[in-house]
Ligand binder design. Structure first.
Ligand code: HEM
Length: 454
């Protein structure tokens, strides 16, 4: 009897083990052929999930609402583009640490290709603060890029503004890249080609001036163009710098640096107008620390702490690059238990992440004091706070941008008192945003400034 049962067991094992193997291999091949994509909203033929983004909300808000329903990692079909949207600090951390290398290429957008030399780059009267702030941030970048005399400043500013307003959100030509005539039909290509041509002319004049200066042996304080020209002259085979690289990198500074810093200053001023006790506290600190001083210098700013908290809170609630810059997936990756196919566009929703109620108390409220004890920084180590992105492709202009924002805000708050014109109350201030090259206020910020004598 015992023998019978043990031979039965052996025979069963001989038959069952290969069968189990076969089933397991079948399941694996099914899994490989049918990847486990993240969940997402229902799709229509041709446009995919685009109709879910067609309401009045801006993409970063619309995507946050969808994420509340479909989870922190969701799949969207944006026209021809297969995209994965990340909306939680936990998933952002996994993506920007464990898988950072695989996601460190940028998604290629047609509008940017035209402007950036085909990716040869590496962005007591009513007083329109918006224009002044923009002009200031542009001046600062002009000086760093083109030098003290800053020849191209006047020609450059309108071009930078025009490009900033002509891009943003999801462009139809980027969503259907195989339809080659789309940029021509939408008029975008013609518009961008014209703009690119004008920018190119101005840059040629500026670079020629710099080359002339170098030829004459005039070596003053080096600006960005000088440094890039020096690299070009010394260029080795493995580190070749072309003229298009010089123009592309110079443009990066303007497009990546001007709109973002200007938007941050404007959002901060608007938030402080909306929350007058915050403005009073920031002014009190500055006026106490710098009492009697005529001018605040960048080096003085280490002495203030509350203003830094105000800037952090502004960047948390109103990140100027709310969807970061899209990345591309290099090869198959498994993130948060889901499969991501190669070439998927990865969108990190910094707005949703910075306001995640699981990580932030009173997440929607403007409360700079939350940073007093928290030690949370935006340098890419706290994944619940990523206004400058994270991982290898994090913003390289963070110190430059912050110094510009801090210095301008410190001067505005130290020297002036601010209020809304025409008896408007702080509750009346409209905070609607639009998305261009950076997110910014929809309406220009008009404020009345009165001089403060310290
Ligand atoms: C408050 C000001 C600024 C904010 C909020 C900001 C934010 C960002 C963000 C979110 C990204 C994308 C990062 C990612 O995908 O992980 C980025 C990229 C970039 N930023 Fe900034 N930025 C600011 C100022 C500047 C300035 C002043 C410059 C240059 C002078 C600059 C140059 C760049 C460049 C070149 C990139 C592309 C980096 C790459 O692709 O590797 N940014 N920035």
């Amino acid at each position: 009897m015992e023998l019978q049962s043990s031979s039965f067991l052996i025979i069963s094992l001989i038959l069952i083990v290969p069968l189990l193997n076969l089933i397991s291999r079948f399941c694996t091949s099914r899994r490989n052929s049918r990847p486990k994509l993240p969940p997402g909203p229902w799709k229509l033929p041709l446009i995919g999930s685009l109709h879910h983004l067609s309401g009045s909300s801006l993409p970063h808000y619309a995507l946050r609402n969808l994420a509340r329903k479909y989870g922190p990692m969701m799949h969207l079909q944006l026209g021809e583009i297969s995209a994965v949207v990340i909306s939680s600090p936990r998933v952002a951390k996994e993506l920007l640490t464990t898988h950072d290398l695989a996601f460190s290429s940028r998604a290629r957008l047609q509008s940017l290709a035209i402007i950036t030399y085909n990716y040869q780059d590496i962005v007591l009267a009513p007083y329109d603060l918006t224009q002044k702030v923009f002009s200031y941030t542009n001046d600062v970048i002009c000086r760093a890029a083109f030098g003290k005399s800053c020849g191209g400043k006047d020609e450059f500013l309108p071009l930078v503004i025009e490009f900033g307003n002509s891009s943003g959100g999801f462009d139809v030509a980027d969503l259907f890249p195989s339809v080659k005539f789309l940029p021509t039909v939408t008029g975008l290509r013609t518009k961008l080609m014209k703009l690119h041509h004008k920018i190119d002319q101005v840059l040629n004049i500026i670079i020629d001036e710099h080359m002339e200066k170098l030829k004459r042996g005039q070596h003053g304080e080096e600006d960005l163009v000088d440094v890039l020209l020096r690299f070009k002259q010394k260029g080795s085979a493995e580190f070749l710098v072309t003229m298009d690289n010089i123009k592309g990198i110079t443009l990066d500074m303007f497009f990546a640096g001007t709109h973002t810093t200007a938007a941050t200053v404007e959002f901060a001023m608007a938030q402080m107008i909306k929350h007058p006790h915050v403005m009073e506290k920031a002014q009190a600190e500055l006026r106490h620390v710098f009492r009697g001083k005529d001018r605040i210098l960048e080096s003085d700013l280490e002495k203030v702490s509350y203003l830094k908290m105000v800037i952090k809170e502004t960047l948390r609630l109103n990140p100027p690059v709310p969807l970061l810059l899209p990345r591309d997936c290099k090869d198959w990756q498994k993130v948060y238990g889901y499969d991501i196919p190669p070439k998927t566009e990865i969108i990190l929703n910094a707005l949703a992440i910075n306001r995640d109620p699981e990580y932030w108390d009173n997440a929607e409220a403007f409360e700079p004091e939350r940073f007093a004890e928290s030690g949370i920084e935006f340098i890419g180590t706290n994944f619940e706070f990523i206004p400058f992105g994270g991982g290898r492709r994090m913003c390289p202009g963070i110190s430059f941008g912050l110094a510009t924002v801090e210095l301008l805000l410190a001067q505005l708050l130290y020297h002036f008192n601010w209020e809304l014109p025409d008896g408007l109350q702080h509750q009346d201030l409209d905070m609607t945003e639009i998305l261009g090259l950076a997110a910014k206020r929809k309406n220009d910020l008009y404020l009345v400034a009165t001089s403060h004598k310290s």
